[in-house]
Design a protein around this ligand. Sequence first.
Ligand SMILES: Cc1ncc(COP(=O)(O)O)c(C=O)c1O
Length: 390
Amino acid sequence: MSIEDFSPNVEHLEPSSTLVLAARARALKADGVPVVDLSAGEPQYASPAFALQAATSAIEAGKTGYPPTSGLPELRQAIAAYLTETTATTAVDPTEVIVSAGVKQALFNCCYALFGEGDEVLIPTPYWVSYPALVDLAGAKSVFVDTAWDDGLLVSVEQLEAARSSKTRGLLLNSPSNPSGAVYDLKHLTEILVWAAEHDIWVLSDEIYRRLAYENAAPSVFDIPDRGDHVILLDGVSKAFCMPGFRIGYAVGPEQLIRKTTDLQGQTTSGAAGPSQYAAAAALNQSDAREAFVTNLVSQLHILRDIGISRLQAIDAIEVQPAPGALYFYVKLLDDSKSSMEVAEDLLLNGLVASVPGEPFGSPGHLRFNFAVERPVLEEGLERITAFFE
Ligand SMILES: Cc1ncc(COP(=O)(O)O)c(C=O)c1O
């Protein structure tokens, strides 16, 4: 047996391309190449001081034992309270919440627990890079549903229905979207949930960017009272609270599913790190400080978004989506003589800007730029992007 004879479990597994590109930009920078890195999907801001303090205090107080597998009771309670405060849902019970090591693990748990051999899971395109891999690891099949640029890259019920088969068991929805920044309004989201409920399709609603919306608030599936019992909300502290390194995410859904994913987590990771959970509980619990943090973050990002959109709109060779939410400019390349992979490569080596090409999002011909960076960095990046395309 060769050292590369891995099991079929990981046969199709590829490294996360956004992480690979960010690592490449970092390596160039380390070699002294002055790259402007707009590739990573990470807000480049400090975490809330009150959350950091909570983690330090927990460590100093010796709270370093195994936390309960489904999460610390105070964090599950804080998540339940946060959702009742910030969505139209009037009651979330902590037993409906599981804490995991990031939304990534929460998504993995749900996919693994719900989908398997013979199942199909609908994924609107463009999608977050990890969705197909997560569905694949569960043994199920991703069915990609194309969206149109002129519809703001939002999927319609008609498009979902056209992609549905008797094997369809799930839908991965992401609003605001990574990479497109698209946001589903409440009516649209309700139509999708009604359609999914009619066909017993699980909706995994990845709301990690919910609070990062610039025109109108981005609705949650928890804003819909009649959402049925096949809906799971996934969120975490990586984006709106600038705490990605803490690795805290959560899934909220029917108690039976939470129990099963707790069993899965109990046999795999034993859950998320304790000090991180104390930090996340502090971030969510202190409502005034929490809301002040998010409001300040959103107003800074709003300025960056507006600067970037107007600069990108002025470039003839591309079109850009308006980015009503999330952290990204999603750009269509009007010249199709080169693949977006080649253009991203060229832009990195000759324009000295790191981006992510559309291929790993299932939409070749596009580029994604993260705008959650310091303003001078973004302005320098935009300057270089303009020079590159012109
Ligand atoms: C759409 C989406 N979901 C989930 C994640 C992962 O979040 P976490 O850091 O909580 O694992 C990301 C991170 O970029 C994301 O863009």
